[in-house]
Design a protein around this ligand. Structure first.
Ligand SMILES: [Zn+2]
Ligand SMILES: [Zn+2]
Length: 330
């Protein structure tokens, strides 16, 4: 019986080029309804780049999307993950176990392992960062009370068969795809480039609809790393981008510039807020985002703001003042 009470999204698949298929898989997140996995023909099967998130019916959705492209799960010869976020690697363990193929991903996935093995520790660390950043006691207490064990969306733990480091190639019928480390969005992020056809599997590093996210707390300067990754990808001169969410796009350079402009705008806003006095990170969030701040987006805004503050510190524009609540000065 179809579920008529909730509008259920289903996995869908389509061919975007000969031998390249977009598998659009549903996500449970508001504002981010799908993610993409990409199937690229290789010999008698295909390489699966990214996997979708693990949730109820998620394998059925992947198989449905594959079937729309005349592909079968049993034909997966290799799973390659662009980064260790649940929407990109959540089903990897299930797939490699079921079909008996290898999993390749970048080794910097400390957060993902923690999320799978000890989600409470991740949550406790978040609370501690929030407290130190000046989030008042009362919302912090509510956040802690309402939040049960967070769902990781990942079947794991994941044990990659090969570390997807810079220069590692993935063979397909379209030629070899070369791995480039593109951290920033996540320390484990890689992009894969097919040089003869100038195709780029960009994960969440470059998205058709520009949206920034930096995994804060697991590398020294995620914003700086992201900007360096943009420079690197610009040099590849890709002609078509196969991104982790949304449709493919061709105006890759315009997207790179758009990302740089948005980062610059956020850095300016953050610096301006620091000049107001000696704010905590949370006060910076309030100054920059004002009414847009809610208990739903507070964690997200705070972690982005900490990313910007850290980058401004690295480039010598602000200084961190240690204390019970950490403060910032221009
Ligand atoms: Zn991601
Ligand atoms: Zn994603």
């Amino acid at each position: 019986m179809p579920d008529v009470t909730s509008r259920k999204e289903l996995g869908r698949g389509e061919r975007v080029l000969p031998g390249v298929y977009r598998l659009r898989l549903p996500l449970p997140w508001p504002g981010v309804p799908h993610c993409n996995a990409w199937a690229v023909k290789a010999g008698d099967g295909f390489v699966l780049f990214d996997t979708g998130m693990h949730q109820q019916d998620s394998m059925a959705n992947l198989e449905r999307a594959l079937a729309m492209c005349n592909l079968r799960l049993e034909e997966v010869r290799l799973v390659v993950c662009t980064h260790a976020h649940s929407d990109h690697c959540g089903q990897a363990a299930t797939i490699v176990k079921q079909v008996g193929c290898e999993l390749w991903m970048h080794p910097s996935h400390e957060l993902m392992n923690l999320m799978v093995e000890d989600p409470q520790a991740v949550f406790a660390r978040r609370l501690e960062v929030a407290r130190q950043s000046g989030v008042p006691a009362e919302p912090l207490r509510r956040y802690a009370a309402e939040r049960g064990t967070p769902e990781s969306g990942i079947v794991g733990p994941l044990v990659p068969d090969r570390d997807l480091l810079e220069g590692v190639t993935v063979a397909t019928d379209l030629g070899d795809w070369v791995t480039y480390e593109t951290p920033g969005h996540s320390p484990s992020h890689v992009s894969l480039f097919q040089p003869e056809r100038r195709l780029l599997i960009s994960g969440d590093h470059l998205l058709g609809r520009i949206s920034l996210y930096f995994e804060f707390g697991y590398s020294p300067d995620p914003v700086g790393e992201f900007l360096s990754s943009l420079d690197l990808v610009e040099g590849l001169d890709a002609r078509l981008c196969l991104a982790g969410h949304g449709r493919t796009f061709t105006d890759v350079h315009a997207h790179i510039d758009g990302n740089r402009e948005l980062v610059a705008k956020h850095l300016d806003g953050t610096l301006e807020a620091v000049r107001e006095g000696e704010p905590s990170a949370f006060e910076v969030v309030r100054l920059v985002h004002g009414d847009a701040l809610s208990e739903q987006n507070a964690h997200w805004l705070l972690s982005q703001t900490l990313g910007y503050l850290t980058h401004l510190e690295v480039i010598g524009k602000v200084t961190r003042i240690a204390g019970e609540t950490e403060r910032w000065t221009a």
